[in-house]
Design a protein around this ligand. Structure first.
Ligand code: LLP
Length: 420
C-alpha cells in the first residue's frame, strides 16, 4: 500500500488527514488524492533517468484534474494531451506550452490550429492524411509545425486487449515498415518540421520484453532515417508502465526499464520523451464509498455500495480488480465473502466477486485503492448520478478540487424545445 495512504491507530489516513474527517463533511462517493504521493512518484521517475536528456510529459488522460496538473507543473513536468480540452487544462494549470506533445488518432482542424498558434513541443501524427491536414493548417497560419510520427511496431504488449495499442490490428500509428517512406514524404511538405518519432504500445504493461523489442525497432529505424539525412531530436517512447493492483501482479522494475532505455536509445543523441500516466497517479487515489445494504440471494452475499460503475468503470471495462478496505479496522465483527456491487442498473456494475470484506455493516465506509489513474476521468452521470467529486490532500490540509453538481446544474445543461 502507498505509504501516504495508510492506517494510523486503525483509522485510514491520506497523508495527515483522517478520511473520516472528510466523510463527516461530504456525502460519499468521492475520490481522494494524495499530492505528496504524486510528487514522490514523479521524483522517483525523474531520478531514475538522471543523466539522460529527457522530458516527462505526464499523460493527462490518466487524471486531468487541474490540481493534479498544477502539481505536475510545479515539478517542471510537461504534458501529453489528446484533445484541445486537455491542452487548455495543461496550460491553465501552468504547464509550459513548449513541453506539451499533442497525441491522438483523430485531431480536428480547430484543435490543430489552436495548438499551432502557440508553440508546442510536437504533434504526434498517426496517419498521412493527418500530416496533410496539419501542413495545410500550418501553411494558412504561416507557422512551422513540429511533428513526430507515431509508429506501430506490431508488438504484443501482453496486456488486456482493450488497452493494447501496438499491434498491427490496432488503429494506432503508421506501420513501422512504411515509416521511412512517410518521413521522406513529410520532408517535402512546406511547413512540416520533422523533430521526432513516437511509439506507445499499450498500458498496464508488466513485461519489459515488449518495451525492449519496441526500442530495438525504433533504434534501427532512427539509424535508417539518418542514412537518408533525416535527423531526429526527440524519441517519444510513450507511457505504459504497469503498477501493482493485486498481490499477484508483477510490478515492472523502474531501474530495469531505465537501464533498457539508456542501453538501447541513450547513444542516439536524442532527447527522450516519456508519457507516463498510471505510474505517476495510479496509487495516489482512493474512492471512498458507503455500504448501503447487504443482501443474500440463493447462494451469494451482496454488498451494495453507494459508488457505482458511473463513478468508477475500470472493472466494468477491463475486468480490473481494485482492493477494498475499511475506513476503520474493526477489532471484532466477522469477515464475510461478498460480491461488491454498485447501485447502477447494469449487471456489469460489479466491483469485486467473492471478496472477503472485514465486518462491513450498513453505513460503514470503505475505500477502493489505487484508483488515481483512469478513475474520475472515466466517470459519467449515467442513471443521473451527479459527477463524482474529487478531493486533494496535501500534508495536513485538504481541498475539494471538483465539486458535485446539483441536480439543477445538471438539468440546466439541457432544454425542452417548445415544439408545439
Ligand atoms: N501515451 C499515449 C499515447 C497513450 O495512449 C497513453 C494511454 C499513455 C501515454 C499513458 O499510458 P499509461 O502510462 O497510463 O499506461 N483506461 C485504461 C487505460 C487506457 C490507456 C490509454 N492510453 C485503464 O484504465 O486501464
Amino acid at each position: 500500500m502507498n505509504k501516504h495512504i495508510s492506517y494510523k491507530l486503525d483509522q485510514l489516513f491520506v497523508e495527515d488527514v483522517a478520511v473520516s474527517e472528510m466523510t463527516s463533511k461530504m456525502r460519499t462517493p468521492f475520490y481522494v488524492y494524495s499530492r505528496t504521493s504524486i510528487k514522490d512518484n514523479f521524483d522517483r521517475f525523474t531520478r531514475s533517468f538522471k543523466g539522460l536528456d529527457s522530458i516527462i510529459c505526464y499523460s493527462v488522460k490518466a487524471n486531468s484534474n487541474l490540481s493534479v496538473l498544477e502539481t505536475i507543473a510545479k515539478l517542471q513536468g510537461g504534458a501529453d494531451v489528446v484533445s484541445l480540452g486537455e491542452y487548455r487544462r495543461a496550460l491553465k494549470a501552468g504547464i509550459d506550452q513548449k513541453r506539451i506533445v499533442f497525441s491522438g488518432v483523430g485531431k480536428q482542424d480547430f484543435e490543430i490550429a489552436e495548438a499551432l498558434k502557440s508553440s508546442l513541443l510536437q504533434f504526434n501524427i498517426e496517419s498521412v492524411s493527418e500530416l496533410e491536414s496539419i501542413n495545410k493548417i500550418a501553411v494558412s497560419l504561416n507557422k512551422q509545425a513540429p511533428i513526430a510520427f507515431r509508429v506501430n511496431p506490431d508488438i504484443d504488449a501482453g496486456t488486456h486487449e482493450n488497452i493494447s495499442t501496438g499491434k498491427a490490428d490496432n488503429k494506432f500509428g503508421i506501420p513501422i515498415d512504411k515509416a521511412k517512406e512517410v518521413y521522406q514524404y513529410a520532408n517535402k511538405l512546406e511547413k512540416i518540421k520533422i523533430v521526432g518519432i513516437d511509439v506507445h504500445i499499450g498500458s498496464q504493461i508488466s513485461n519489459l520484453n515488449a518495451f525492449r523489442q519496441t526500442f530495438e525497432h525504433l533504434a534501427k529505424l532512427i539509424d535508417e532515417l539518418k542514412n537518408i539525412n533525416i535527423h531526429l531530436e526527440n524519441i517519444d517512447i510513450g507511457g505504459g508502465l504497469g503498477i501493482k493492483y493485486r498481490d499477484e501482479d508483477l510490478e515492472p522494475d523502474l531501474q530495469e526499464y531505465s537501464a533498457l532505455v539508456k542501453k538501447i536509445l541513450g547513444h542516439l543523441n536524442c532527447r527522450i520523451i516519456f508519457e507516463p500516466g498510471r505510474y505517476i497517479v495510479g496509487n495516489c487515489g482512493i474512492l471512498v464509498t458507503k455500504v448501503l445494504y447487504k443482501k443474500t440471494s440463493q447462494n451469494k452475499n451482496f454488498l451494495i455500495t453507494d459508488a457505482g460503475m458511473n463513478d468508477f468503470s475500470r472493472t466494468a471495462l477491463y475486468g480490473a480488480t481494485h482492493k477494498l478496505i475499511p475506513l476503520y479496522k474493526k477489532k471484532s465483527g466477522k469477515s464475510e465473502i461478498f460480491d461488491v456491487v454498485g447501485p447502477v442498473c447494469e449487471s456489469t456494475d460489479t466491483f469485486l466477486k467473492n471478496y472477503l470484506v472485514e465486518g462491513a455493516e450498513t453505513g460503514d465506509f470503505l475505500a477502493f485503492l489505487d484508483v488515481g489513474a483512469y478513475g474520475a476521468v472515466l466517470s459519467s452521470e449515467y442513471n443521473t448520478r451527479p459527477l463524482v467529486p474529487e478531493i486533494m490532500v496535501y500534508n495536513k490540509r485538504y481541498e475539494l478540487v471538483r465539486s458535485r453538481p446539483t441536480y439543477e446544474e445538471i438539468f440546466d445543461r439541457e432544454t425542452m424545445p417548445n415544439w408545439e
